[in-house]
Design a protein around this ligand. Structure first.
Ligand code: NAP
Ligand code: CA
Ligand code: CA
Length: 265
């Protein structure tokens, strides 16, 4: 582990790095270049690639013994659970960036020997930096985020991708919740849970970089974050993911797991 002082030094340094993106973003966005990866919906832009490359340079310069695991270029997973590891999704919500110039974010998670110690989700368009610091809680632009207040599903909004579940599961979630909204960026849908606006966000196949920050927010705020078997998620693997207010968690998992499960047949 590291000392409190080192933790705060790194926190300040990362905060400055994220704010440094403010100078870069306008020119990257005005020169937006979009490519497709595996399908016409699987987008990557110069913004995603530049931010990840920039973070790599930052680590190499200031923290050369820290490892990087990122969506675009950094896929080595052998030693991530030992020592200092950063997980980055340089742009989460790339489709939103391309189509709406809004509702995208940078996700960063810092782990020491597999334990999350610092986490950030930067909602650039709204200029909100969300962070969690192990032992100190969670903050938005320096203001403390209150721990979760338990609420039942009938009073809460749920968010999930409606392309990936069978109709019966979708209708059960709609019927038993207050309502449905989807932002379309795992980090920002999770933020709505973190701030108490949504009851839960569900992603049936999250990649490690989609959820690298959420572990610590959940830990600090008393939210549930597990797979659909109510087990912890390996931060190097990802997989089925729910982040939830504790008051709706069991109700949602009962729905996802009932009558043969949520998957399309
Ligand atoms: P989208 O707007 O492209 O993305 C919505 C969120 O899902 C973002 O956080 C995005 O991260 C992430 N995402 C994008 N592609 C993904 C993939 N292949 N697997 C897992 N996460 C992904 O979403 P969409 O247009 O609705 O769907 C695009 C594809 O992603 C589809 O194949 C969809 O089935 C899949 N997807 C699956 C789930 C799920 O719960 N299984 C959820 C969302 C999307 P980036 O912006 O960093 O790519
Ligand atoms: Ca993502
Ligand atoms: Ca991404």
């Amino acid at each position: 582990m590291i000392s409190e002082e080192q933790l705060h030094t790194i926190d300040n340094h990362i905060h400055d790095w994220l704010k440094g993106l403010d100078e870069l973003m306008p020119s990257l966005i005005s020169d937006l270049k979009t490519d497709t990866k595996s399908s016409r919906f699987d987008l990557v832009t110069n913004v995603d690639e530049t931010i990840e490359a920039r973070f790599e340079t930052f680590l190499k310069t200031h923290y050369p013994d820290h490892q990087l695991y990122g969506e675009e270029f950094h896929h080595q997973t052998d030693t991530l659970k030992t020592g200092h590891t950063w997980v980055i999704d340089p742009i989460d919500g790339t489709a939103n960036l391309v189509k709406q110039l809004n509702d995208f974010c940078v996700i960063l998670g810092y782990f020491i020997d597999g334990q999350p110690v610092l986490s950030y989700i930067y909602d650039y368009a709204r200029q909100h930096i969300y962070k969690a610091v192990r032992g100190y809680g969670a903050f938005v632009n320096g203001e403390k985020i209150e721990p979760a207040v338990s609420k039942p599903l009938k009073d809460m909004i749920v968010s999930f991708n409606n392309k990936v579940m069978n109709d019966q599961t979708i209708h059960a979630l709609l019927d038993q919740s207050f309502g449905y909204r989807l932002i379309g960026a795992c980090g920002l849908d999770s933020i709505r849970v973190i701030t108490g606006q949504f009851g839960a966000h569900i992603h049936t196949n999250a990649k490690p970089w989609d959820i690298g920050a959420q572990f610590l927010f959940a830990h600090e705020l008393g939210l549930k974050m597990t797979n659909f078997k109510r087990e912890g998620i390996d931060f190097t693997q990802g997989g089925p993911f729910i982040i939830s207010n504790p008051g709706c968690y069991d109700e949602i998992l009962d729905i996802l797991n009932s009558d043969g499960g949520y998957q399309k047949v």
